[in-house]
Unconditional design. Structure first.
Length: 291
């Protein structure tokens, strides 16, 4: 999902409080509010945290360069422990952004080979830098879709929200800090074509987080994806991108491929009205077997 997840909330407060929690909170608040007493600042911090905690949220200072920043709630490395039962040996990270998922899955499954796909140039560079100490990792600077083509991507000011598909007004209203897209030319390839050059040792995990382009990834990976033991797919219940498939379509595609829906890792709620917008769906190969 395009937002940090914690108790069904992903970075709703990120833009407003990013500087505050990534730097010295006293200093940042002094800049914001003027010269106020340290005691008052401390009181504000503690009160804010208490109120948010009571509402089921958590704000904490993080290192923006660590693997604990990004799409998934990485505050606990146990989030993917359930995958260990499947003896995953290969991971396809489709829509890798700057390596948030790749970093965590590497710590969870250190012996697995990770192939990551990220078309945006600067995000790909950050991905490679973040994973430079992982020996079983390889990154590709292209997107995956239903055909080999050069096309323009809508680059959001908040890079995890970037998509080949235009952002919908609903998305912009719910998350205004993601507006302001510019066009960036990218390369798109078919997974089934490039899979021939990869070593896809069983068992396979496929993660798909491509901002509304999921159906095209499945179409271009119709021979490869069914070989997986498990899928983690970003699914949407409202159209956050124009023309994107919703949950029912993704569910139907995965079911035809022999997968069973096993719930969600987390959900994204609208900060406007609390409605469920997205979920990271878990799909397991029927009978625990893969092709």
């Amino acid at each position: 999902m395009p937002h940090q997840r914690r108790a069904n909330v992903q970075a709703i407060f990120e833009q407003d409080l990013f500087n505050f929690y990534c730097g010295d909170p006293v200093y940042e608040l002094n800049l914001l509010l003027g010269r106020v007493s340290e005691r008052f600042v401390t009181w504000m911090i503690n009160t804010s945290k208490s109120l948010l905690r009571a509402a089921g949220f958590e704000l904490r200072r993080v290192n923006p360069n660590s693997e604990e920043v990004g799409d998934f709630d990485l505050t606990s490395r146990k989030i993917f422990n359930w995958l260990k039962q499947f003896n995953i040996r290969t991971v396809l990270d489709i829509g890798a952004n700057t390596g948030q998922f790749a970093a965590l899955i590497h710590k969870t499954l250190p012996d697995a080979m990770i192939y990551a796909f990220e078309p945006l140039k600067d995000c790909h560079e950050q991905l490679v830098e973040r994973m430079k100490n992982a020996p079983r990792f390889k990154a590709f600077q292209f997107a995956l879709g239903s055909e080999d083509v050069e096309m323009n991507m809508h680059r959001s000011t908040y890079s995890p929200s970037s998509s080949i598909r235009p952002m919908s007004p609903l998305h912009e209203k719910a998350f205004p800090y993601t507006k302001g897209a510019v066009s960036e030319k990218i390369t798109v390839k078919r997974l089934d074509d490039i899979a021939e050059g990869l070593t896809l040792t069983k068992n396979l995990l496929v993660k798909i987080d491509v901002q509304g382009f999921e159906d095209q990834v499945f179409a271009g990976g119709a021979q490869t994806i069914p070989k997986a033991k498990a899928l983690i797919v970003e699914t949407s219940f409202e159209r956050l991108y124009e023309g994107q498939p919703l949950f029912d379509e993704i569910y139907a595609i995965t079911k035809r491929m022999g997968f069973v829906h096993h719930g969600n890792l987390s959900q994204l709620l609208s900060p406007v009205d609390g409605s469920v917008l997205q979920a990271d769906g878990i799909f397991i190969k029927a009978n625990g077997t893969a092709d």
